[in-house]
Design a protein around this ligand. Structure first.
Ligand code: BGC
Length: 764
């Protein structure tokens, strides 16, 4: 491959090189016929293939070839299953191979900073660990059949409002811990063939020319050498982009940008080198996706429909199930089904991810087939703002005589779609009213929700059951029926918090920004990191999801109680299905830093595993933790750092249902630079072994000569000790007057500095 690339590089003219780095048309890269360099097709993604014919657009308006519509990523992430993410990636890859598509534009790995983001249904989670690990599995799946992926949109594309121009202002620690981490594992471990950069700016530079994001992070820190492709139309300054190692501009700029690059090349050797490197990467992508491809089976639509159903089954989250209202006992109970979603399923989101499914199942049909006695009435329409009196009357009459009522509610597509953000978390008023009216006549209500992101639920106390089915893809109705009828125990867990109220969301006051800027002032406190730390009441917590069984957690063991940040820690525990049906459980591992010098979230997810257990069965689960599991991003050091001390390993069934915990002491091996200056405090100087003794002497001198009585009133000794520790050494001059001069301070500072240097030399 290397030889072929270098040969082409010699043969290509400068104009051809420039042309190669811009698309040909909407979905293809440029080919160079005379050299036999083929064009390749890159197309959406992420939850199914959207390959268009001659009518092309990036907003999902025009038809595309029939393809399987899998659950959208919000649901896929709720499965917490690496296996299913792999399977989904692979299946889409197989369809791409059948359609000659080289790169699928996904997965979407932006963090759900606000539940209002119109594209949250296309993203995985509010947690970067979960998002990145599932993203890695998806990428591995697709690439196992020779199809490239494009995790997107790198980075900080966390809203649709002004997404083409907005400047996300994010501090370095937050950027690394939350927004970059969401891509990091996926990029480092699964090595996607491409990464799609975002439209927006991050800290003043557009995604398509962001030196820090592309050169420093992707290329240098993460050592990734794939192709960076723009989001469709995200190019700002093509020359700057090339210098930032942004390789492929999509779609074509019709030669406009190629000409600009060619002109700039004359005077810029750095640009010439950047051009060659980008061409090398592009040619590698072409070869990777066109030569020596692995054998794959053909696309079997019926089989993929069943795979979509399998994934959908695990992506649904049983949020509430009082008095075991679910599963329905179809043989013995009479059931009424309401809501137009049962007839017109909302199974995918709007915009560029919009697929043309091979088949779509409807809950009315599936349920009619499986429970012939079930009665359906529409009750309300998907787009209704008000209830129709006749429909309501009919529904009330029916609900009164049935044992149980199932209501299919959700968000119409216009509420959540690419291009705009939501402004509230409400379901349409007609639906809320309908649920309220039903609750007056029947106490046994289960609500099935179809939506891509959290909604507020004023009805939570009026109903016994809530199944969050998300946007479950074309086989969603079959999966909903499997769960409603108890054929399969639900096993999804929320990959995002459902807040009680929108106003509780940490980004609420700063979303979607002002003018052309959005400030991420909430810092690392995103999603549960915020709610949990603030101990705010929420509707349903991150990681929450019920099953038709029960699980007992026991016997937690840690391989060591004291490690350094260079060592790993193994955590094992047993999990037992104590219920009477086979079920799956998502075991979640969180880390708490007991005491930290920086403000850290109460808990952070650092491991998860999905286990399948028959009734009465026990299985051992094990996790390996390493430095990153305990570290925070130290902006001053510009690296991950563990602060030495005690950490609590918490294992549970959700972020708010911790069942086991164990402690471990982790010691850092990083020697932080200790610089002495006139603002160094007595406290700092006395806590460093090199300066401790001399600083204590100085302190005693200070107390004696300053005349300040630190033992104020009836405060205890610690009080005086603490107050003194905050005094900077320069205050000796001010307070000791003639007893300590500027010159003496300079001597003391030199002496302290020397002590630290000697100490460091000895330590080496
Ligand atoms: C979206 C991308 C998508 C591209 C091509 C853009 O508007 O942001 O996610 O892959 O269009 O359709």
């Amino acid at each position: 491959m290397h030889q072929q690339i270098e040969k082409w590089l010699i043969e290509l003219t400068v104009s051809e090189k420039c042309a190669l780095l811009s698309g040909s048309g909407f979905w293809h890269s440029q080919g160079i016929e005379r050299l036999g360099i083929p064009k390749i097709m890159l197309t959406d993604g992420p939850h199914g293939l959207r390959k268009q014919g001659d009518k092309e657009d990036h907003l999902g308006q025009n038809e595309s070839v029939p393809a399987t519509c899998f659950p959208s990523e919000a649901g896929l992430a709720a499965s917490w299953s690496r296996d299913l993410a792999y399977l989904q990636g692979r299946s889409i890859g197989v369809e791409c191979r059948a359609e000659d598509v080289a790169v699928i534009l996904g997965p979407g790995l932006n963090i759900k900073r606000s539940p209002l983001c119109g594209r949250n249904f296309e993203y995985m989670s509010e947690d970067p660990y979960l998002s990145s690990h599932l993203g890695a599995a998806y990428i591995e799946g697709a690439q196992s059949v020779g199809v490239g992926t494009s995790p997107k949109h790198f980075a900080c594309n966390n809203q649709e409002t002004k997404r083409l121009t907005i400047d996300a202002k994010v501090d370095k620690r937050t950027l690394h811990e939350i927004y970059l981490s969401s891509f990091e594992t996926a990029v480092k471990e699964a090595n996607p063939f491409t990464v799609m950069c975002a439209y927006n700016q991050v800290n003043g530079e557009y995604g398509a020319e962001n030196q820090y994001l592309l050169n420093d992070i992707l290329r240098r820190q993460w050592q990734w050498d794939g192709v960076v492709v723009t989001d469709w139309g995200a190019t700002n300054d093509r020359v700057k982009g090339l210098l930032a190692s942004m390789d492929l501009e999509m779609p074509s700029s019709n030669g406009v940008n190629d000409a600009k690059v060619e002109a700039a090349l004359q005077s810029d050797p750095e640009l010439c080198e950047a051009l060659d490197n980008s061409v090398r990467r592009l040619l590698k992508l072409v070869l990777r996706t066109t030569q020596n491809l692995p054998e794959v089976e053909g696309f079997d639509a019926a089989r993929h429909h069943q795979l979509a159903r399998k994934i959908a089954l695990e992506s649904m989250v049983l949020l509430k199930n009082d008095e075991a209202i679910l599963p329905l006992d179809a043989g013995r109970e009479s059931v009424a089904l309401f809501g137009a979603f049962a007839e017109q399923p909302r199974y995918q989101g709007g915009g560029s991810s919009h697929t043309n499914p091979t088949y779509v199942s409807r809950l009315v049909d599936v349920m009619a087939e499986r429970c012939p006695d079930l009665r359906y009435e529409v009750g309300f329409g998907i787009y209704d703002d008000e209830l129709n009196a006749d429909n309501l009357a009919q529904a009330v009459a029916l609900a009164k005589v049935k044992d149980k009522v199932v209501i299919c509610a959700g968000l119409p597509e216009r509420y959540e779609t690419e291009g705009i953000d939501r402004t509230h978390l409400n379901l349409p008023a007609a639906q809320l009213k309908f649920i309220e009216e039903m609750a007056k006549v029947n106490p046994n209500i289960a609500v099935v929700l179809n939506n891509g992101a959290p909604v507020e639920m004023p009805f939570v106390g009026q109903v016994k059951g809530i199944l969050e089915a998300y946007l479950p893809g074309q086989a969603g109705a079959e999966a909903i029926a499997d769960i409603l009828l108890g054929d399969v125990s639900p096993s999804g867990k929320l990959a995002e918090t459902f807040p009680l109220r929108l106003e509780h969301n940490p980004s609420y006051e700063y979303f979607p920004g002002e003018g052309y800027q959005v400030s991420y002032n909430e810092g690392v406190f995103v999603g549960y990191r915020f709610y949990q730390t603030k101990q705010l009441p929420i509707l349903f917590p991150f990681g929450h999801g019920l099953t038709y069984s029960r699980f007992a957690y026991s016997n937690i063991q840690v391989s060591d109680t004291k490690i350094t940040d260079q060592q790993s820690l193994t955590v094992t525990l047993d999990i037992t299905n104590t219920g009477s049906v086979a079920a799956k459980e998502v075991v979640q591992l969180y880390i708490s830093d007991s005491q930290s010098e920086v403000s850290r979230p109460d808990i952070e997810l650092k491991g998860f595993d999905k286990v399948s257990l028959g009734a009465g069965e026990t299985q051992s689960v094990s996790f390996t933790l390493d430095k990153r599991s305990f570290a925070f991003y130290d902006a001053a050091l510009d690296d991950w750092r563990v602060q030495s001390g005690e950490f609590v390993v918490k294992v549970g069934a959700s972020s708010q249902d911790i069942r086991l915990q164990a402690c471990v002491e982790v010691n850092s091996t990083v020697a932080l630079p200790f610089v002495v200056h006139s603002n160094s405090t007595f406290g700092e100087l006395r806590s460093h072994p090199a300066t401790k003794e001399y600083a204590t002497e100085l302190l005693e001198y200070f107390i004696e000569h300053s005349g300040i009585d630190f033992n104020l009133g009836d405060n205890d000794e610690n009080f005086a000790e603490t107050v003194i520790s905050f005094f900077p050494i320069k205050n000796m001059v001010l307070f000791c007057k003639e007893a300590f001069s500027e010159a003496q301070l300079a001597v003391a500072l030199d002496k302290l500095t020397l002590m630290v240097a000697n100490y460091n030399n000895l330590e080496k």
